[in-house]
Design a protein. Structure first.
Length: 81
């Protein structure tokens, strides 16, 4: 699980401590693809679900960045703004 700020090579995305990071989802995709290759299509729904979660996360972050004029800085919870 993620315990704070998560960054990747091309993206900086922040998450709450109870959320799975983008990197964890991407690694899960690799692991699920290995399962599909080794054991068959029965594991394909896992790949699809992980891709769906990645898409949702990226769309959410893109919308937040758009609404905040590209400001990717996280607001201080005490001093909102």
């Amino acid at each position: 699980m993620n315990t704070g700020i998560s960054t990747s090579k091309n993206k900086t995305i922040e998450y709450h401590s109870n959320e799975v990071s983008l990197e964890e989802l991407e690694q899960g995709m690799v692991n699920a693809a290995r399962l599909v290759r080794r054991y068959g299509a029965i594991y394909w729904p896992i790949v699809e679900r992980l891709q769906s979660e990645i898409d949702v996360m990226e769309k959410r972050e893109a919308l937040i960045a758009k609404l905040l004029d590209g400001d990717a800085t996280r607001s201080n919870q005490v001093n909102f703004g």
